[in-house]
Ligand binder design. Structure first.
Ligand code: 2PG
Ligand code: MG
Length: 424
């Protein structure tokens, strides 16, 4: 195998026009591949550190320190290494940093190299990236994977930190659960999306979109958002609760203050118990099968109550709660919080640690959902990660805006080229 001969990184821009890192890894024979790092807006407090310059340029958001760390420091650690040895490379970078949150060199710097290394290794071995990810999973865990196409959660109505409207719940997503293949998944999702646009227009609501490509109208309540989505599903000739289900990401940490869940859009202030009742009521009245971050990340009692009350009838996903961190997930499982985990590799900062967390979730019967960030690029690595690790679910925004659609388009090509890979 050709060894790594050069690593270089530059500052590029994400879907919000905010600086991020693009990193290219080259091998001795000139083979090269690059990858880009995403960035969140509603971040969990225990996420690995995204190193930014915090000076006057780019409103403090430039990433030249992280870029320089790659070019001037980290590159020398991995030059000469075999790019197929993902774990060895990630561990070298992690141990050089030697902080809990990767704050010395930046999780964005480490992840950029980690991702680009996987891409160049797949290219050098002349295999698809998803097949390479299966190999890396086997190297790290000793276990084989059955490939599958993931079922997406399409975020078609945006609120919270991702939109300038009055909706408190951050993401209203549709899941085309009854579709027979990924082509049909996309047809249903886009038809519903465009019917929702027509319904919003008919009601004189805005059809401007939020950070993840979903519509961002101001509405009377979260229930109104759900009603409009159910109407759009029916208008598409599909049956809510059978063909298409609904998932929510409350991102509740963003509206939890002074021990209260403050729904500004509905002028409500709810205790943890009352907010669990509120979510229970939504589940009973709408075909909701999954709720992410239903409680604030530090409201442990709220999470336990939510899991006890709704855990048997709904997927409860920990995002800010677990931040893709195996240790934090372990504690959460012991305390009986949630029943599944959202996976974002920039929350933890390397492919190896991401895979270790997914493996731990698998061993504990926790479902994993592979996820984008609200600040994205045209990088499609997460599509291959989902297929290669046999993860049945992905969320990567609305079927709108290239930063979101790029991942869905990549999945369409994977299905086209490998007809034996089926929806989970
Ligand atoms: C989330 C994500 C992605 P952000 O909360 O799940 O949808 O948002 O990247 O802003 O954390
Ligand atoms: Mg979330």
């Amino acid at each position: 195998m050709q060894k790594i001969s050069l690593i270089n990184a530059i500052q590029v821009f994400d879907s919000r026009g905010v600086p991020t890192i693009s990193c290219k890894v080259s091998l001795e024979d000139g083979t090269s591949a690059s990858a880009m790092v995403p960035s969140g807006a509603s971040t969990g407090s225990k996420e690995a550190l995204e190193l930014r310059d915090n000076d006057i340029s780019y409103h403090g958001k430039s990433v030249t320190k992280a870029v320089n760390n790659i070019n001037n420091i980290l590159s020398s650690l991995v030059i000469g290494k075999n790019p197929s040895n993902q774990k060895e490379i990630d561990e070298l970078l992690i141990s050089f940093d030697d902080t809990e949150d990767k704050s010395k060199v930046g999780a964005n710097a480490i992840l950029a190299i980690s991702l680009a290394t996987a891409h160049v290794a797949a290219k050098a071995n002349k295999i698809s990236l998803y097949k390479h990810f299966s190999k890396v999973y086997r190297d790290i865990t000793g276990q084989n994977v059955t490939h599958c196409m993931p079922l997406p959660m399409f975020n078609i109505l945006n609120g919270g930190e991702h939109a300038d409207n009055n909706i408190d719940i951050q993401e209203f997503m549709i899941i085309p659960s009854g579709a027979k293949n990924f082509v049909q998944v996309m047809q249903w999702a886009t038809e519903i999306y465009h019917n929702l646009k027509k319904i919003l227009l008919k009601n004189n609501y805005s059809t401007a979109v939020g950070d993840e490509g979903g519509f961002a109208p101001s509405l009377d309540s979260n229930k109104e958002a759900l009603r409009l989505i159910v109407d759009a599903i029916k208008e598409s000739g599909l049956v809510p609760g059978k063909d298409v289900n609904i998932a929510l990401d409350c991102a509740a940490s963003e509206f939890f203050d002074d021990n209260k869940y403050i729904l500004k859009g509905e002028r409500k202030e709810l205790s943890s118990i009352q907010f669990v009742d509120y979510l229970d009521d939504l589940i009973q009245n709408y075909p909701i099968v999954s709720i992410e971050d239903g409680m604030d990340e530090n409201d442990k009692d709220g999470w336990k109550l939510l899991t006890e009350r709704l855990g048997s009838k709904c997927q409860l996903v920990g995002d800010d709660l677990f931040v893709t961190n195996k240790k934090i997930l372990k504690d959460g499982i012991n305390e009986e919080m949630a029943n599944s985990i959202l996976i974002k590799f920039n929350q933890v900062g390397s492919i190896t640690e991401t895979i270790e967390t997914i493996h731990f979730a698998n061993q504990n019967n926790f479902e994993s959902i592979i996820s984008h960030r609200s600040g994205e690029t045209e990088d499609t690595t997460i599509a291959d990660l989902a297929v290669g690790l046999g993860i049945g679910q992905i969320k990567t925004g609305a079927p709108c805006r290239s930063d979101r659609v790029a991942k869905y388009n990549r999945l369409l090509w994977i299905e086209e080229e490998s007809s034996n890979i089926l929806l989970k």
